[in-house]
Design a protein around this ligand. Sequence first.
Ligand code: LLP
Length: 412
Amino acid sequence: MDYFNYKNDKLFCEDVDLQDIAKEFGTPSYVYSKKTLERHVDVYKNAFKTKNNLVCFSVKSLSNISILKILNEKGCGFDVVSGGELKRALLAGADPKKIIFSGVGKSHDEIVLGIQKEILSFNIESESEVFRIEEIASLENQTANLAIRFNPEIDSGGHEYIKTGRKGDKFGISSNKLILKIADYINNSKHLKLVGLACHIGSQITDLESYRLTARNIKNLSITIKEIGSPLEFLDLGGGLGIPYAKDKTPSPEELISIIEEELKDIEERIILEPGRSISGNAGILLTKVEYIKDKFLIVDAAMNDLLRPALYSASHEVWNLTDSALKKELWTIVGPICESSDFIAKDYLINAVQGDILAIKTTGAYGFVMSSNYNSRLRSAEVLVDGEEFNIIRSRESFNDLIKNEINLND
Ligand code: LLP
């Protein structure tokens, strides 16, 4: 559920007419609904029967600091995958004890920062990473908290590019033998502490059976690890819950959590989840203007540099006209100005639109702005936050100076 609705044929975000935002800040602009974000966090939190849980919002899905602040105030922890994301979470006021650092390639400096800030856990993905963290922790004279990310070798369905828990994927560790060896190593290290077991099997998952299997596997593995004398503080099931992009039906966080709790019912460890898309996805839209009409094309001012998902994953997003006029709908292919045929927003899409209309590309809160780029030397769009009747810019549209500020003109 979200707070983007038509009122008297005009599309509103909460109590704000989106035309007002387009007028004030121009297009393309991302617009986020605070109420929607808060509602999604509540849905997750209220779904847990187990008291000992933590929802770590996956920063990669939507990382604007103002958004992270809202989620921090709602009590979320954070799942980060880079020093930049870690610093964003800290700037938003996050408690380091609620920050999990995932990813296969953590750099030296990122590890130093995480150790100095005493984060809840580094979710490690290889043996060599353990050695590197140990070395740095020893130099810092600290103890680093580690969770082992295991790869349950489960195909979670969905697009090839966003599956992460299959045999042969680069993520996590598949071999139980190696996991036990690493657990034992951590136990015997002065500078490391084993705090959890983790996994994340993919994204936009619509089949809860893959979560059931994963929960079962993580539970069995945790029992074996405890048998060799390693107590654990948490089991982290990752993120990945799918959301409806079109009119498709997807499982709810309640359904997901009830399956996980059922599978982990005799387990005392804290349950951690790392949802991204299911919190941020339909909390955001991208406003774009129809610049030209040519043949069957609506040429809009947002492009693949603003929203990469259709080009990269052939993803579908609903597109709504800000004014729900009585004009007859027609099939249009909605494209951007970039010089590539992969630069499209939607193909053969039924919508009414005339030149100058503003469209809302829906469900773009997750993996929208965060994946944007300056391709074709385009300036990245503005980000705007709506809170009831108010709206505020939370990231200014880039300027030409922003675009070239790190370039060095050797001829000057
Ligand atoms: N935890 C870890 C370790 C992850 O790698 C991810 C996402 C998440 C949590 C959050 O997953 P979510 O709940 O948002 O599905 N760019 C792609 C999605 C890539 C997801 C990468 N990892 C897209 O636009 O569909």
